[in-house]
Design a protein. Structure first.
Length: 279
């Protein structure tokens, strides 16, 4: 791995520290000794060609998949062998490539349920959600933070436009007050206008939690990221600021190869149309 830049404050402790994470699927080495630091409050993008191991790494960090080797700390706590629920309690939350909300419930009930669960409620029948003003206040605050219009509260969540569903998923992820937020391709399936609005929303949430952003949209990556790591064949080959990554010959080679070698359309189109790799 090429470390193109270090954190500004060497005394700052990472809120997420992954060391030597390995995941094998038979003969396939999906992640090959991945080491990664996420600093407090930063947006750290993870990019790489299709099949590089990005989603596998997110699953390893979230606890959805068990690592074959390596270790992981969240907010100074060793969560290497922790369950998904234990990692959430340690301060880690995530979004998904495919929006993960309660489709048949109203927007407000989605928010109330997330707040109730994350506040440690026992869901007592003596405190129904409809009568709990504190739950409602917290739910409405989350909605405001994620630019969810209160006019949508009564709508079944599954009937919302895709971009609005993404915003709701963000609100649910923030209900647990995470220290670390994993964002797995949040722009997937969006048109240019929705992508621009979601990029603005993520930028507005900067500092609420440290974010690890996996994303193919290079416009969004280079606008949002404080640092970028590049994953290729399960290994991080470079980490640095956006300008350092843009100028890196190793990254250019990993994405675009020689000038006459074709690459996957989503990478090539986004990179070249956005001018992400231009000199």
């Amino acid at each position: 791995m090429t470390a193109l830049s270090m954190a500004n404050d060497t005394d700052t402790v990472p809120v997420l520290r992954a060391r030597g994470l390995v995941k094998r699927y038979g003969a396939l080495l999906a992640t090959d000794g991945v080491t990664l630091d996420l600093m407090p409050g930063e947006i750290h993008a993870l990019i790489g060609p299709n099949g590089a191991g990005k989603s596998t790494l997110i699953h390893l960090l979230a606890g959805m998949t068990k690592a074959d080797a390596g270790s992981l700390w969240v907010a100074g706590r060793d969560v290497t062998h922790a369950s998904v629920r234990q990692r959430v309690r340690a301060g880690l939350s995530r979004s998904y490539q495919i929006t993960n909300i309660f489709q048949g419930m109203s927007v407000l009930d989605n928010l109330l349920l997330a707040v109730q669960a994350c506040d440690g409620s026992n869901f007592s029948l003596w405190r129904p959600r409809a009568r709990d003003s504190a739950l409602h206040d917290h739910a409405r605050l989350l909605a405001a933070d994620c630019a969810i219009d209160s006019a949508l509260f009564s709508r079944p969540a599954g009937t919302l436009p895709h971009g609005e569903q993404r915003k709701l998923e963000f609100a649910l992820a923030l209900a647990s007050h995470p220290t670390v937020l994993l964002l797995d391709e949040p722009m997937a399936g969006m048109g240019p206008d929705e992508t621009a609005r979601l990029t603005e929303l993520i930028d507005g949430l900067r500092g609420r939690a440290a974010m690890l952003l996996v994303e193919h949209d290079m416009d969004a990556v280079f606008r949002l990221a404080d640092r970028i790591s590049v994953l290729v064949y399960g290994q991080i080959i470079a980490t640095g600021t956006p300008s350092e990554i843009r100028a890196s010959a190793a990254v250019r080679e990993a994405y675009l190869g020689e000038s006459d070698v074709p690459v996957p359309g989503d990478v090539q189109d986004n990179a070249r149309s956005a001018g992400a790799w231009s000199c």
